[in-house]
Design a protein around this ligand. Sequence first.
Ligand SMILES: O=C(O)c1ccccc1NCC(=O)[C@H](O)[C@H](O)COP(=O)(O)O
Length: 223
Amino acid sequence: MSHRTRIKICGLTRPEDVQAAVAAGADALGFVFYDKSPRHVSAAQAKALIAQIPPFITPVGLFVNASAEAVADVLATAPISLLQFHGDESLEQCCETASRVRRPFLRAVRVRADMQSADLVEYERQYRSSSQWFAGLLLDAFVEGYGGGGKVFDWSLIPKEIAPRLVLSGGLNAQNATEAVAQVRPWAVDVSSGVESGKGIKDAARIAAFIGAVRAADTASSH
Ligand SMILES: O=C(O)c1ccccc1NCC(=O)[C@H](O)[C@H](O)COP(=O)(O)O
């Protein structure tokens, strides 16, 4: 049975970019509620952008070290379906916030050079056993500014046993996506910089090319 790698396009700030991502076949769209990011949107801006999203495409809210109250405030305005914690949040903070707002969450892991495969297996086990709201790990490169850095990390670190449940992120683009999917076989991939013409400005052709590259890997693996 062939696997369709899910695709998240992150850091959307403009209506035309939401439309381009939806038209190209994205499965999830990420909205950054971290005010130091050049891709930051307010809850009201996200609400207007999300209003354009048809059913069965997941709006993801991205937070960095936000309090549970701040997350609840955003969700009181913007209809976010899935949380993504991308800062230094503890396991307890992630679980408490997700439980309070009653939303599933992705735990972003910024992969450091000294990290071992076994660390990722244990990390996933801890989160999965701690909360019914845990939806999975998103593996990203360790960059200044927490994320959106356009940097890849060493994919060979990713344990095969958890790859089918992971979101692979960090420096992906149309040129490396086919290789990334073929090597890692993740549940999903996530991209921000690699489909932009400028910070927060998505490029429709790059989005389509990225999704085409992921689909090429899916097709190759089904033969
Ligand atoms: O996108 C940002 O600006 C950002 C800022 C702070 C924390 C996380 C951020 N993005 C999170 C994402 O999920 C990005 O898609 C992920 O870091 C990959 O980014 P890129 O390497 O640019 O594809």
